[in-house]
Design a protein around this ligand. Structure first.
Ligand code: 13P
Length: 252
């Protein structure tokens, strides 16, 4: 049985009091809730220490992740945040290779491989994002693109390391556009991702959670989550509205 996960990527949204309020709303909504879904919030860096403490002190049933990390352990890297720093403020997860980071900040597979190692070595869980652009899908190259993204990073790991990874499939054309992949498109790619991983790692591929991300909302989550190879969602916009986010969790 694979872990079910719904993670909220807040991106560069909210100031700290808004973030704290959102988490308090999530606390209220999850208090009486029975669920086997791991609920994760990934606020901006400036919020992590405070929100980490808020979650811990109040026994809130959600986990916290960061949206990125440095590709070095420590030292003279002005402006960067290390995995040790993230762990210290109670982060369990780190999103890596989000298409926005690949596209706007030149994040390469080489960098991502360094980061994924640091995250795993620190005992944290990387949420490794892959996904094709619109023109790549329209030219029929989407499987090839996603396969390359996986091979360039995940194939370099050992099986025991891979077991720590969560993959998120986020087609770039579906992110923030309101245009969701159909549940069949998601399942087709998720099953493909699992096959690509299996061809190198065998049965390790069976236990890896693969999340869908891209305009996922309460109205479409249930259909997508019903698919065999979809183990949850990485939610952007809808994770900023507590009720919507929890409705997505309840879609399982
Ligand atoms: P939206 O849900 O806003 O489309 O964003 C998805 C995403 O990029 C999550 O990481």
């Amino acid at each position: 049985m694979r872990k079910k996960i719904v993670a909220g990527n807040w991106k560069m949204n909210t100031v700290l009091p808004e973030g704290e309020f959102l988490v308090k709303q999530l606390e209220f909504l999850t208090k009486e809730m029975e669920t086997d879904v791991e609920i994760i919030v990934c606020p901006p860096f400036t919020h992590l220490a405070t929100i980490g403490k808020l979650i811990k002190d109040n026994g809130i049933k959600i986990c916290m992740g960061a949206q990125n990390c440095a590709d070095h352990e420590s030292g003279a890297y002005t402006g960067e945040v290390s995995v040790k720093m993230l762990k210290d403020v109670s982060c369990k997860y780190v999103i890596l290779g989000h298409s926005e980071r690949r596209e706007y900040y030149g994040e390469t597979s080489e960098k991502l491989y360094k980061k994924i190692n640091l995250v795993i070595n620190e005992g944290m869980v990387p949420i490794f994002c892959v996904g094709e652009r619109l023109e790549e899908r329209e030219s029929g190259r989407h499987f090839e693109v996603v396969s390359e993204q996986i091979q360039e990073v995940l194939y370099k790991l050992r099986g025991v390391e891979l077991d720590k990874v969560v993959v998120a499939y986020e087609p770039v054309w579906a992110i923030g556009t309101g245009r969701t992949a159909t549940s069949d498109q998601a399942e087709e790619m998720h099953a493909y991702i699992r096959r690509v991983i299996a061809s190198k790692f065998g049965e390790h591929a069976d236990i890896i959670p693969i999340l869908y991300g891209g305009s996922c909302k309460p109205s479409n989550a249930a259909e997508i989550f019903l698919k065999q190879n979809v183990d949850g969602g990485l939610i952007g916009g809808a994770s900023l509205v507590a009720q919507d986010f929890i409705d997505i969790v309840k879609s399982f």
